[in-house]
Design a protein around this ligand. Structure first.
Ligand code: CUK
Ligand code: CUA
Length: 621
């Protein structure tokens, strides 16, 4: 097995991917396949006036953002800024979003997850986590804007998330990197004793649109990779993969791949919830922390082939499938067998006080499709068939979880990480479409230099699998979610909020108020002017003294869909946006004296170029 280690991590990846996929089953390159079949184009063509059938929400990886595509056209529709600043929308510049970002400027968004009701996407909210700065976010699908972000303490990179339980009771955020509780300094020589892999149970308060940490679990100092929540009969349970159960502290590439087996952590969140209610936890800086070696119950380990990556629960909730990464195996485990093993206490020992279940008593079957290498993640269609991405052999393998039989395979260009199926994580996937999220595009698009975009390939899975379209995507689509378009109900304009003290809706209410060295501007943006103070000689001018602390509250009073205004102060590095009906605030200190034009950044009317004013800062002396 060791021989795969340099292959997975080394520069050989691209080369191997290319060689294997060109020696594929159809013997065709992607270009040949596309041009040979006109009907492919017809399948993805969405005529003007019509809309796509699905929204695809792709994670933006270390861009920190989320990208919205239409399926089947694969047209990019929008970027939702989540964890990183975005000057196109002023996200991270206005007060509200600046506060949300918590002082950070970037994020690494890996796994988007829709809110669910009865195991089905309900189209209301989207959750995501940030591996870069350990945050979790919720996006409102009425406006496609980020509404809340929390910093998750004691966790260093919640990669193993976000996946929600059947009715969005919880989102579990286990850590990718073990750190001491409180992220305090501890010597790496004391790793096994002092470091922990803390998992957070996060709840979402829909009424107040707030994410909260209900409790945390101080798991052993391993890396937690991917997770999934149970469904139907297994709805009270969740699973997650681990690696580095060797607890190595250096050269992980080699040292974290020594043991033949790592584990899947299987836990009953209803039981953990009960333990917390009964006070079985310790208070750690205000967090309720369960220490599994002391507060026992609800958590079990299932041995699995070394360094697994993805783990996915079948739509019927009966099985969970772990993908090998370093072992070319998909292992199917039975929830029912696991429940029995737990009940009969069929344990094969324990680690850090957590019982280990017998591999044989939980495992249903091991699946090794011929020459398929580097299985990472699995999705499902309407018939319960599984589609697993093969990172090294650059293909999607379709197989039957009930028999292990390989049914079909299709090459993709190249090295797919995840794939996403239409409604793929629900209890009733749609079938028809699967999108492969590929790490390497190489020869697929016009060259843009040494680094290429990542690529998403649309695969028609209604019959024999067929790649029918490739779309470039910014870094980096780790995962995506695909939802039926009619499940999402957006609003057209922000409704008037008469309770908001910062909002003004009438020209005659605009004013500039001074309190000492604080200046509050209550202004409006409308086609095609700014009005900051209707009584002033020049209503579109803001004049302050150097050193003043300035608040600009701006309301867009154009209650017309798509009439968004921007607000920028030239050379002051300030920029925000107000969508139709929205009020936003900008806060800053006018430390630079001089004359600075104000202008609208969003082309809003024929007289958009005239939508400007001046920001005058009188020098101190
Ligand atoms: S991970 Cu990127 S390929 Cu962050 Cu879900 Cu597996
Ligand atoms: Cu308002 Cu351009």
């Amino acid at each position: 097995m060791k021989k795969w280690i340099p292959i997975v991590s080394g520069l050989l990846v691209g080369f191997i991917a290319a060689t294997i996929s060109f020696a594929d089953f159809s013997g065709k390159t992607n270009t040949e396949a596309a041009s040979s079949n006109k009907s492919n184009a017809e399948k993805v063509y969405v005529p003007f006036g019509q809309k796509d059938d699905y929204y695809l929400f792709a994670s933006g990886g270390h861009s920190g953002q989320m990208f919205i595509y239409g399926v089947p056209s694969m047209r990019k529709i929008r970027t939702i800024p989540v964890f990183s600043q975005d000057s196109a929308t002023g996200y991270g510049f206005d007060e509200h979003s600046k506060k949300l970002m918590g002082g950070y400027t970037w994020g690494d968004l890996h796994h988007p997850a829709f809110s669910e009701t009865k195991g089905d996407y309900d189209g209301k909210w989207m959750f995501a986590t940030d591996v870069g700065n350990s945050r979790a976010a919720v996006v409102d699908l009425k406006t496609f804007t980020t509404k809340d972000i929390i910093k998750v303490p004691n966790t260093a990179g919640p990669h193993c998330a976000a996946f929600v339980t059947e009715n969005t009771e919880y989102m579990f955020l286990p850590t990718r990197f073990a750190v001491p509780v409180g992220q305090k300094y501890e010597s790496l020589d004391d790793y096994s004793q002092k470091y922990r892999g803390v998992m957070s149970a996060v709840t979402f308060d829909e009424k107040n649109v707030k994410l909260n940490i209900a409790y945390q679990v101080a798991l052993p100092p391993w890396s937690y990779d991917l997770s999934d929540a149970g469904k139907k009969g297994s709805a009270d349970w969740a699973v997650m993969t681990t690696y580095n159960t060797e607890e190595s502290t250096t050269t992980m590439e080699v040292n974290a791949s020594q043991a033949d087996r790592d584990y899947i952590v299987l836990f009953n969140w209803k039981e953990l919830e009960k333990m917390v209610k009964e006070g079985k936890y310790e208070d750690v800086d205000g967090q309720k922390m369960i220490y599994p070696e002391k507060q026992k119950g609800g958590i079990y380990l299932v041995p699995v082939a070394k360094s697994p990556h993805g783990v996915d629960v079948t739509p019927d909730g009966k099985f969970f499938i772990a993908s090998g990464k370093l072992a070319p195996t998909m292992t199917v485990f039975s929830f029912e067998k696991a429940f029995k093993a737990v009940e009969n206490k069929e344990f094969a020992g324990e680690r850090n006080g957590i019982p280990i279940l017998n591999y044989k008593s939980v495992m249903e079957r091991e699946v090794n499709p011929e020459n398929a290498l580097g299985p990472l993640h699995t999705q499902f269609d309407d018939k319960g068939m599984a589609y697993t991405t093969m990172f090294i052999s650059s293909e999607i393998v379709k197989w039957d979880p009930k028999t292990g039989k390989t049914l079909d395979r299709v090459p993709v260009q190249y090295s797919p990480g995840h794939s996403v199926a239409a409604e793929g994580d629900t209890v009733s996937p749609d079938g028809h479409w699967l999108v492969a999220l590929n790490k390497i595009a190489k020869d697929t698009y016009l060259s843009v230099g040494p680094s290429h975009p990542e690529s998403m390939q649309l695969i028609d899975i209604s019959g024999k699998m067929k790649v029918i379209l490739s779309a470039p995507v910014d870094p980096e689509p780790h995962y995506a979610q695909m939802i039926k378009a009619d499940k999402i109900k957006t609003i057209n304009v922000y409704p008037k909020d008469t309770k908001n003290p910062d909002a003004v809706y009438k020209q005659n209410d605009t004013k500039i108020v001074r309190k000492g060295n604080e200046v509050h501007v209550y202004g409006i943006a409308m086609r095609s002017r700014f009005i900051f103070d209707h009584k002033a000689k020049r209503p579109d001018v803001i004049e302050v003294n150097q050193g003043d602390h300035v608040f600009i509250h701006l309301t867009n009073i154009d209650f017309d869909e798509d009439i968004t205004h921007g607000f920028a102060i030239n050379s002051y590095d300030l920029n925000m946006e107000v969508q139709p009906g929205q009020t936003n605030t900008m806060e800053f200190t006018a430390d630079k004296a001089g004359t600075f034009p104000i202008y609208c950044t969003n082309f809003c009317s024929a007289l958009h170029q005239e939508m400007n004013g001046y920001f005058l800062v009188k020098p101190k002396n």
